[in-house]
Structures are given as C-alpha cells and as structure tokens.
Design a protein around this ligand. Structure first.
Ligand SMILES: C[S@@+](CC[C@H](N)C(=O)[O-])C[C@H]1O[C@@H](n2cnc3c(N)ncnc32)[C@H](O)[C@@H]1O
Length: 243
C-alpha cells in the first residue's frame, strides 16, 4: 500500500474539500442513511483519512469512536484537529491488511478503502480484519467506487465537483484518476472493482444481509434536473452487512 500512502501523505488536509462538493454531500447523505442510529454505539472507522467521518459519527452520538489509517500524514492531521477541538476520538496508524483487533465495535465503517486492495487476496484480508473488530450482530458499512457505475455518466460528472477518468486498461480493477475541481485543483488515483466482487468478499468473511443502499441526495432545491444522473449512477456505492 506504499503507493496509496504516498498520495494521501501528500494530500492531507486538502483532501477534505471532496466532502463539500456536490458528490461529497450525496456520499455523506447516503452513508449516514445506511447506518443504524449511532447514539451510544461504538464505532471503528478504518481508512479514516483526516477524521471527517469519525467527527461526524461522534457528533451523531457514537461513543467511543476510533479512527485508523495507514497514511502517517492523515493520522497526524486527524490528531491535530482532535487536539484543537477535542471530541474524544482516538486515532491509530495501521494498514487495513494487517489491522489488529482494537476492540468489539457495534459499527465498523470503511469509506473509500476497499478499492485500494491490490488483489482479491488483499481484499479478503481487509474485510476479514474489519469483521474481526465487529460485535456479534454488529454492522459493517463500506463505501466503495461504484462497481455498477455508468461510465457515460461518470464522464460528465464534473458538475458534481470532480471528474473520474479511466487511466488504464481494466485489469482485475479499473484504475481511474479523480480530478477534483476548485482552488487548488488536485487529483488522486482510485480503483473500481467490477460488480459482484465486494459482495463476494463480504459473504466470504461470513457476513450476512449484504445490502446495497439507495443513493440519497441533499434536499437543497436543485431537484432531479441536477441530482438525477448522480442518483442513477453515483461514483460511490454503500453496502452494509451484519456479523
Ligand atoms: C479517499 S481517502 C478516504 C478517507 C476517508 N475515509 C474519507 O472518506 O474522508 C482513502 C484513505 O484510505 C487510506 N488507505 C488506503 N489504503 C489503506 C490501507 N491499506 N489501510 C488503511 N488505510 C488505507 C488512505 O491513506 C486514505 O486516507
């Protein structure tokens, strides 16, 4: 995962802008709608980046909240935000393929992690480690590059704040470059697994009730004329499963 760490070490804080562009607002709405009520629930967020979602979960009443990421700069930034405005979130540096059992969590989340598994063996390791941190009956929620995306919609995705451009031939995963608009513009690599692979990994880990959730968009008055294509073919997909 050195390549992935390098790009996120370089991005750090600027990455968080992706949460405030239209696709980021829909991503957040879809993920939060898919999760159970977090009040009083323990949450582990793996690949937490800058800590954006751990802070959201804490504000929604989750307790305790733990964040993990493999990129040192991301963990350092998340800890700095916590130092300045403490919410009681603990951050640790771990690679998800070698994640130890950090506790027994009611909810485990992994947002934009599983695309970075280099092959299906690494994917199984990651999902197995996520599951190992779940309480019996607990919920795993993963947000991944949408395996069922319509590439014509993604080609015209700039209206939602970034472009998704195929950057190589489809191997086991489709490599893409995500070009984020704004000042300054920036880009990062991502990978789209084909349909069925994520669901297969969740089932192989012994998880039940694997569900893909409908896309939720903000009620901001822009209506279907704006949100329709994203709703039909978002760049992300949210799956939940139960231990
Ligand atoms: C696109 S960012 C998403 C960050 C955060 N989940 C969010 O949505 O704001 C992907 C994150 O995955 C982390 N990551 C990539 N591979 C990882 C691995 N093998 N183990 C843990 N974290 C990893 C990166 O360091 C980066 O912070």
């Amino acid at each position: 995962m050195a390549g992935s760490d390098d790009q996120y070490d370089a991005l750090g804080e600027v990455y968080e802008r992706t949460k405030h562009i239209p696709t980021g607002l829909a991503e957040r709405a879809t993920l939060l709608t898919a999760l159970p009520d977090l009040r009083g629930r323990s949450v582990l967020d793996v690949a937490c980046g800058t800590g954006f979602y751990p802070r959201e979960f804490r504000r929604l009443g989750a307790d305790p909240v733990v964040g993990v990421d493999s990129a040192g700069e991301m963990v350092a930034y998340a800890r700095e935000v916590e130092r300045r405005a403490p919410l009681g979130i603990a951050y640790h540096r771990h690679d998800a393929t070698a994640l130890p059992v950090l506790g027994v969590f009611d909810v485990v989340t992994a947002v934009w992690l599983l695309g970075y598994a280099e092959d299906e063996a690494a994917l199984d390791l990651m999902v197995g480690n996520l599951r190992a941190n779940l309480a019996p009956g607990g919920t795993l929620a993963v947000l991944v590059p949408n395996p069922y995306a319509d590439w014509d919609v993604l080609a015209d995705y700039g209206r939602y704040g970034y472009e998704v451009v195929r950057s190589g031939p489809p191997g086991a995963r489709q490599p893409v470059v995500v070009r984020v608009h704004g000042d300054p513009p920036f880009e990062f690599d991502s990978f789209y697994w084909p349909g069925g692979v994520i669901e297969g990994a969740l089932a192989r880990a012994g998880l039940r009730d694997v569900t893909r959730h409908a896309t939720a968009v903000p009620e901001d008055g822009r209506g279907e004329a704006f949100w329709g294509p994203l709703r039909r073919s978002p760049s992300f997909a949210v799956f939940t499963a139960r231990a």
